[in-house]
Ligand binder design. Structure first.
Ligand code: AQP
Length: 327
């Protein structure tokens, strides 16, 4: 059975983009292999974050995973920092990725764009090294992610190639996988930008009330074309709303265009809001139940134990391959 791995940084409140591009898909994917799903709390330190917020948000993220239908008996759910082998492996792997390629990463360029050099942490720059370690440490072949993470996975693939060429077949080659629809949900207020946890403009948060979600959708930026039509260049706002609707209802873009032919944007937005609320109402209720149940701590503890067994074995294999003594 193929190993599957994914993770999310607990850097802020989860967005509808995180849900559609990542979380919703995990529950489906867990049926197809041996899945490992982590909370990337070490990655969350790459930009300033309040310790109390990080602690609470990490556990909260686990509750959102479970609410999405992730079965902790089937999927190993854990905190990245609970498995120190990730960090040890990253220290070794950092020698096989280079400054030039790391500085070309879009996420690094975006996140550091407005920062002075003195304020850019080494962790932000080296983020893809730890991410490569997160992946290869589970011999994971399939990495379901949103579109923005594909570049980091390509870099992890380069690393595996480089490492195996030098030391023989040691690491398993990973491959990024996107959801068919919704791998890049855009901001509702600026549909040329990705909806992001750390950029509150135009986000729908999973912890927004249904009423707030509805309001945000009703005031989403559209255009003057006055027709519900999928065209990312000319109608990015409408195309984004169509993507959200399609991802949540399973309707194709053609079906949506037909359904709303000759109808106004107000009616279309109401239908998108209905689709979002229909999905979010039971999801939010399950999340509340999980939080009340106190299940999260046990799941994370058990997950860390199971993940550590696999991670430590890979770390040993790599240590031996590179010549670390007596491993
Ligand atoms: N807008 C999005 N549409 C579809 N998928 C998305 N993802 C993120 N935003 C969208 C996917 O969700 C997962 C979360 O990854 P992450 O938390 O490790 O970091 P990220 O990709 O940087 O996500 P954010 O929300 O933009 O976080 P911040 O603002 O902290 O950087 C990934 O699979 C991601 O692709």
């Amino acid at each position: 059975m193929d190993r599957i791995l994914s993770g999310i940084k607990p850097t802020g409140q989860l967005t509808l983009g995180n849900y559609i591009g990542a979380i919703k898909n995990f529950a489906k994917v867990q049926q197809e292999g041996e899945a490992y799903l982590f909370i990337a709390d070490l990655h969350a330190l790459t930009l300033p974050i309040d310790p109390e917020f990080l602690r609470n948000n990490s556990r909260d993220l686990a509750a959102y995973y479970l609410a999405a239908g992730l079965d902790p008996k089937k999927t190993t759910i854990f905190l990245q920092s609970d498995v120190p082998a990730h960090s040890e492996l990253a220290i070794i792997l950092q020698n096989y990725l280079y400054m030039g390629e790391l500085s070309r990463m879009t996420q690094f360029k975006d996140k550091s764009a407005k920062m002075k050099d003195e304020a850019i942490g080494l962790g932000l720059f080296a983020y893809p090294v730890l991410m490569a370690a997160d992946i290869v440490i589970y011999d994971a072949k399939r990495i379901p992610v949103g579109e923005d993470q594909l570049q980091h996975i390509e870099l992890a693939r380069d690393l595996v190639h480089r490492f195996n060429n030098r030391y023989g077949e040691t690491l398993v080659m990973p491959k990024g996988e996107l959801v068919k629809v919704g791998s890049r949900i855009m901001s509702l207020s600026d549909p040329t930008k990705k909806m992001s946890k750390s950029d509150p403009k135009g986000d729908i948060y999973l912890n927004d009330s249904l009423e707030v979600m509805r309001k945000k959708i009703m005031s989403a930026v559209t255009d003057m074309e006055a027709r519900v039509h999928y065209d990312v260049e000319k109608q990015p706002g409408i195309s984004n709303l169509m993507t959200i609707m399609s991802a949540l209802t399973g309707k194709s873009f053609e079906q949506i265009e037909k359904e709303f032919e000759g109808k106004g944007y107000g009616e279309f937005k109401r239908a998108v809001a209905d689709a979002v609320c229909a999905e979010m109402e039971p999801y939010k209720a399950r999340y509340e139940e999980i939080v009340k149940s106190g299940l999260v701590d046990d799941v994370l503890k058990d997950g860390a134990k199971r993940a550590s067994v696999v991670a430590e074995a890979t770390l040993k294999r790599v240590q031996k391959a590179v010549g670390l003594y007596n491993k």
